[in-house]
Design a protein around this ligand. Structure first.
Ligand code: UFG
Length: 330
């Protein structure tokens, strides 16, 4: 039986993807170097290779030993600020490793890839909501590395016929509703888990970065999309590649924007805790507003996001937090 290789399958989004694929009856293999991923986020009986995807020999061996039909690629570094401080870390782990991966796929005649790109490829958008064909002018090495990865996929399609779907994620949030898997980054930089750390008494307060943005309440606005909806889109992309044998790129967002202040307020309502927050200076490189036009994913893939309510999204993240106050660390 053919298999789906999930790179970065022990990370936040990857682990939800592995869970979904197993539930849907796919045969799954996971690769993760556990630098940011957690072994405990993947069931013990799923074939697991703890290797670095930059280790071409080790990665090639996995393709020799298995019957891989498609690759789902989540294995990249994702922190904007870190990429500004250490850009080469991003070009080597993200961009260069994509080259090696596509070469191995070509050599083993594996013709399908689904890839986690980012809204960061757009830089400061010229209009809201952002459409896939809008200008791509990344303003940090992280966004550029993701754009370069997309571009390599394009040329691998032209030359070798490797078909790919790239998803440009907006702000992925939430967790599996039973709280068994969830988001656990060290250090945590994302807004919703930070707000919930404050709710759980693990930090004194939330710092809201900047109240002088060009938005209705002055706080910057992001488009939050539930991790299970993101994962659903990936499964639809596997079907799309199998049926249409065509490459494509899609935004994944809810098409609704919430300001930092609105997120803190929604989290107060969900948790019933008066989460303390204060206004802090702006974080460098944050655009005023990022909202997706995600119509293409709906129309072409038939994507139907189930979570259209920010309270419901935060509720699932809170369930994970309450069940696992320290994440995967016991
Ligand atoms: N924020 C705060 N306080 C915090 C943390 C975040 O006010 O303690 C604000 C940020 O300034 C931003 C919003 O909350 O306005 C969301 O910030 P996140 O760090 O949660 O997410 P980003 O929008 O910065 O980044 C996300 C992904 C990136 C991706 C980017 C593209 O995490 O990988 O979206 O849109 F590049």
């Amino acid at each position: 039986m053919s298999q789906i290789l999930v790179l970065g399958g022990a990370g936040y989004i990857g682990s939800h993807m592995v869970d979904k694929l197993i539930t849907d009856g796919y045969d799954v293999i996971v690769v993760d170097n556990l630098v940011n991923g957690h072994r405990a986020s993947v069931p013990a009986d799923v074939p697991f290779y703890e290797i670095n995807i930059g280790d071409k020999t080790a990665l090639d061996k996995i393709f020799v030993e298995n019957q891989i039909d498609a690759v789902v690629h989540f294995a990249a570094f994702i922190e904007v600020a870190e990429s500004m401080a250490d850009p080469m870390k991003y070009f080597s782990n993200n961009t260069t490793n994509m080259t090696a991966l596509l070469e191995i796929m070509r050599d083993h005649d594996v013709k399908k890839i689904v890839f986690s790109s980012s809204a960061a490829v757009y830089g400061v958008p010229e209009r809201i909501p952002i459409k896939e064909n809008d200008p791509k002018n990344p303003i940090n090495p992280y966004g550029l590395s993701k754009l370069q990865m997309e571009q390599q996929m394009h040329w691998a399609d032209v030359a070798y016929g490797i078909k790919g779907v790239a998803f440009r994620y907006f702000n992925v949030a939430g967790a599996k509703a039973d709280g068994s898997i969830g988001e656990d980054h060290h250090p945590e930089t994302h807004l919703i888990p930070i707000v919930l750390q404050a709710a759980a008494g693990q930090r004194e307060m939330v710092e809201m970065f900047g109240d002088d943005y060009n938005t209705p309440d002055g706080f910057n606005v992001r488009d939050y999309v539930h991790v299970l909806d993101v994962v659903d889109a990936h499964v639809l992309a596997l079907d799309y590649l199998a049926e249409k044998n065509q490459s494509n790129t899609f935004n994944l967002g809810s098409a609704t924007g919430f300001s930092v202040k609105q997120i803190v307020e929604a989290a107060r309502e969900v948790t019933g805790i008066n989460i303390k927050a204060k206004v802090s200076p702006r974080r460098p490189g944050d655009p005023d507003t990022l909202i997706a036009d995600a119509l293409a994913a709906r129309e072409i893939l038939g994507w139907r996001p189930k979570y259209d309510n920010i309270h419901e999204i935060i509720k699932t993240a809170w369930a994970w937090k309450q069940k696992n106050p320290n994440g995967y660390e016991k």
